[in-house]
Design a protein around this ligand. Structure first.
Ligand code: CP
Length: 309
C-alpha cells in the first residue's frame, strides 16, 4: 500500500511504492487493451482536474483514467474559473472539498502548489506538474515504458538530454530511476544543468556521445522557452546542431536502445524527426502508459483512503 493520501513527487517515494505503482499500471494496461476498458472500480468517487497551465497528455489521461475507472470527473481550467476573479488556490481547494471531491489532479506553475493544497484539503492530491519541481506521474510512465522494454530498471543506463534545468520531468525521473537501480546521465549546455544535480545522483556528461554511450534509453527534453528569461544558449538551430540527438549520436547507445520523450516534442530541436518516428521510438507507447499509470495511482490512493481515512 502507498504511504500517503497524496502523490506529490518521487523525491520521498520508496522503491517499493514505485514498484507497486508500476505493477498496478501493468494490470491496468491489460484492462485497457481488453475489449471493455471500463470498470466500476472507483464508481461513486469524484476526480477534479485543476489545471493552471496548458496540457494535452496529462490532463486528458487523468480525465480518461477517471472515466475508465467509473469515476465522476470534471475539469477546471484556471482561465475559465474564479481564479480569474482573484480566488486563491486554498479557497479553490476548499470549494472543491465542499463539493465532495475525493481526488484533485493539479498542474500549477509554482513549485510546491500541490503540497500546499494537499495540506489544506482532505482530498487526495495528485501532482500533474508543479513549476520546475516534479512531475511524478510522467516519470512513472517513463519508467513503465523503459521497464516494459527491458523487463527491469535495475542496472540500466538512462541518458537525458535537453533542458534539464527547467524540467520537472528530469527531476522526477532522476529520483525514481535511481531508486529503482538505474544510472541517470544528463547532458545540456552548462546553463541548462541545475546546480547540485550531481549531488542528487545524476552523472553530468561532458559530451552528448559520453551521455549516450551504452545507454539503454535516451530521453529528449523540450527546451522550455516559456520558463527561460533568455540568453541561456545562442539559438534553437545551434542547440540542435551541438546538443540535439540524431542517428549519429544514437550509434553510441547500447544495442536495442529506445528513444523516449515526455512530449510535447519540438521536432528537429531535441530529437530529429527520423528518431521521433523511427523504430526505436516509444513516444506513442508512453502516452498509453500514462493512462495506465494514472489509473493505477487513482486506484492505489483510493485503497489508502479506504484503509486510513
Ligand atoms: N508530458 C506532459 O506533461 O505533457 P502535457 O504538457 O501535454 O501534459
Amino acid at each position: 500500500m502507498l504511504k500517503s493520501k497524496d502523490l506529490l513527487g518521487l523525491r520521498d517515494a520508496t522503491a517499493e511504492e514505485i514498484g507497486l505503482i508500476l505493477d498496478t499500471a501493468e494490470e491496468m494496461k491489460k484492462k485497457l487493451n481488453s475489449p471493455n476498458k471500463t470498470s466500476e472500480l472507483l464508481k461513486g468517487k469524484t476526480l477534479v482536474t485543476l489545471f493552471y497551465e496548458n496540457s494535452t497528455r496529462t490532463r486528458s489521461s487523468f480525465e480518461l483514467a477517471g472515466k475508465y475507472l467509473g469515476m465522476t470527473e470534471i475539469n477546471i481550467s484556471a482561465s475559465s474559473s474564479s481564479v480569474q476573479k482573484g480566488e486563491t488556490l486554498i479557497d479553490t481547494g476548499k470549494t472543491l472539498q465542499s463539493l465532495k471531491t475525493d481526488f484533485i489532479a493539479i498542474r500549477h506553475p509554482m513549485g510546491g502548489a500541490p503540497h500546499l493544497l494537499a495540506k489544506t484539503v482532505g482530498c487526495s492530491v495528485l501532482n500533474g506538474g508543479d513549476g520546475m519541481n516534479e512531475h511524478p506521474t510522467q516519470a512513472l510512465l517513463d519508467m513503465l515504458s523503459i521497464r516494459e522494454e527491458f523487463g527491469t530498471l535495475k542496472g540500466l543506463k538512462v541518458a537525458i538530454l535537453g533542458d534539464i534545468k527547467h524540467s520537472r520531468v528530469a527531476k522526477s525521473n532522476l529520483f525514481g530511476l535511481t531508486k529503482m537501480g538505474a544510472e541517470v546521465w544528463v547532458y545540456a549546455p552548462q546553463t541548462l544543468i541545475p546546480r547540485g544535480f550531481d549531488e542528487l545522483g545524476a552523472h553530468i556528461a561532458t559530451s552528448r556521445e559520453q551521455c549516450v554511450d551504452g545507454a539503454n534509453a535516451v530521453m529528449g527534453l523540450r527546451i522550455q522557452l516559456e520558463r527561460q528569461s533568455g540568453g541561456l544558449f545562442p539559438s534553437l538551430s545551434e542547440y540542435s546542431r551541438f546538443y540535439g540527438v540524431n542517428d549519429a549520436v544514437m550509434k553510441h547507445a547500447a544495442k536495442g536502445a529506445i528513444i523516449v520523450h515526455p512530449g510535447p516534442v519540438n521536432r528537429g530541436v531535441e530529437l530529429t524527426p527520423q528518431l521521433i518516428d523511427g523504430e526505436s521510438s516509444r513516444i506513442e507507447d508512453q502516452v498509453t502508459n500514462g493512462l495506465a499509470v494514472r489509473m493505477a495511482a487513482l486506484r492505489l490512493l483510493s485503497e489508502y483512503r479506504e484503509a486510513n481515512l
